[in-house]
Design a protein around this ligand. Structure first.
Ligand SMILES: [Zn+2]
Length: 491
């Protein structure tokens, strides 16, 4: 059985073999920390968490690096709005990011470099690109010259004769005029006097977005890595530009495998901040949707395909998780009746379930090896959980005394197997908390607006943000107008 993955580089499903036997190096593009993460981020990080768990489970030693973009126009804009600093906004959102990822049960990357802490490698890389003649500086800005790089477009299939429509949305029109080719992109941007900036051979400024990933990959993992991850919306221009920067320097392939996850769609449109059709992870969890329900919702779809976000689909996932959780929690809810005491678990924890449940194990691997077919993996898990759920129902009806020791042992084997396979997909037993929807009236909205205003004037932006989030999940959107006035609308 061989793990096969779809490689965006050629669009084919290929056998996965790492560069160093037994070891896998992974780089995943992280978030720009200007706000809370939404469900689109949750999807991305859940599927890559599962990839990592699966690789580890089949015996690889995985090194997983994911960055934080903590210098960016959006962060500066947010800081300006709040009257705070880039660093305060970034640090706060990094903490919030960790909170969300922890609640979703996502294993922390081994290393999480920040752009602001990686400035030397970034500046060095830009200098090297300039000395190779693939970058040019103009008025304190430095651009990468795409025409000097053969193979530009190899990941995304873009052609240099196509016109760039400001594809990454992060380039200002004034910059466009300076560029030799519309696809050229900034490696270093000169800063306005009031903006935070860092010294460089080209003057005070800050790095472009794409260069930070090239610098971090090289710094943390080397010139060629096994797998580079990201959302499909990063293929162009971000990943294409990472390839151009890194490969024109080293002459080597940046990543052997490029894996991209599909987007979360709302009513046929990609969920994004800019379209304002997003639901934050925090809001969903605050609504009482369990992290494991979200995980199940995400993993039911193939990672490359679009995932439609609807409340019906989320409810279905919630029901599915309830059943699975019942089976996974057998020891918690019925350990005593089953005689699965701590002593029993200790004596039997070396029980080799794989011998007895070889078929389930094989089916699970077959599915996962087939381009990480998590929905196939889930079918195996649900099949395994079925008799255990029935058992839980029997126990709830007081039928414990009808079970023989032999039966209990067989169930135990199944349960151990279930726990193990479920863990590969990141599922763990969860206490179900029932939450009732909250009532909302005008008075409480106005009070919340007032509280948010106070929090803001005390520079407690975390509190201010969470007030806005709380209202949002009740269907109330706040609109900040000039002069410190905040209006609200019902969505
Ligand atoms: Zn990146």
């Amino acid at each position: 059985m061989q793990l096969r993955l779809t490689n965006t580089l050629n669009g084919r499903i290929e056998d996965f073999h790492p560069i160093k036997p037994g070891k896998v190096s992974i780089y995943c593009c992280g978030v720009t920390v200007y706000d809370l993460c939404h469900l689109g981020h949750a999807r991305s990080y859940i599927v890559w968490d599962v990839l990592r768990r699966y690789l580890t489970w089949i015996g690889y030693e995985v090194t997983f690096v994911q960055n934080f973009t903590d210098i960016d126009d959006k962060i500066l804009k947010k800081a300006k709005e709040e009257g705070s600093t880039m660093q305060i906004v970034s640090e706060r959102n990094i903490q919030e990011f960790h909170k969300d990822m922890d609640s979703l049960g996502i294993i922390k990357p081994d290393r999480m470099p920040k752009a602001t802490k990686c400035l030397d490698p970034i500046r060095n890389l830009i200098k090297e690109l300039q000395s190779k003649g693939v970058a040019y500086s103009i008025d304190g800005d430095v651009y990468f010259s795409v025409m000097k790089h053969t193979n530009y477009g190899k990941l995304s299939g873009r052609d240099l004769s196509q016109q760039q429509q400001n594809a990454d949305g992060r380039i200002k029109e004034s910059e466009e005029a300076k560029k030799q080719h519309p696809f050229d992109f900034a490696l270093w941007k000169s800063a306005k006097p009031e903006e935070p900036s860092f010294p460089s051979p080209w003057g005070q400024g800050r790095p472009g977005w794409h260069i930070e990933c090239s610098a971090m990959v090289k710094e943390e993992l080397g010139e060629t890595i096994d797998i580079h991850l990201g959302g499909a919306d990063l293929i162009f221009p971000h990943h294409e530009n990472e390839i151009a920067q890194s490969e024109s320097l080293t002459g080597k392939q940046l990543a052997n495998f490029w894996l991209h996850n599909g987007m979360v769609n709302v009513g046929g449109q990609k969920m994004s901040k800019s379209l304002n059709n997003f639901t934050t992870i925090r809001a969903l969890l605050n609504q009482g949707i369990s992290p494991m329900t979200l995980r199940l919702f995400v993993l039911q779809a193939h990672y490359r395909k679009p995932l439609d976000f609807t409340h019906e689909a989320l409810n279905a996932a919630s029901k599915g998780w309830e059943g699975l959780n019942k089976a996974l929690s057998l020891n918690i809810n019925h350990g005593e009746e089953l005689g699965w005491t701590n002593d029993y678990l200790k004596t039997n924890n070396n029980l080799n379930s794989k011998i007895d449940l070889a078929e389930e194990d094989k089916m699970f691997r077959l599915a996962m090896n087939d381009d990480l077919n998590t929905s196939g993996g889930l079918s195996v898990i649900f099949e395994l959980a079925r008799p255990l759920r029935t058992l839980a129902n029997r126990l709830e009806h007081g039928e414990a005394n009808q079970l023989s020791e032999g039966e209990k042992r067989v169930f135990y084997q199944k349960w151990v197997s279930l726990i193990e396979l479920a863990k590969v997909l990141g599922f763990k037993p969860e206490k179900i908390i029932n939450s009732k929807p909250q009532q909302v009236n005008e008075e409480s909205i106005l009070q919340a607006i007032e509280d948010r205003k106070k929090a803001k004037s005390n520079k407690d932006y975390s509190k201010a943000d969470s007030i806005r989030e709380d209202l949002r999940r009740l269907g109330i959107e706040l609109i900040d107008k000039s002069g410190g006035i905040t209006e609200w609308i019902k969505k």
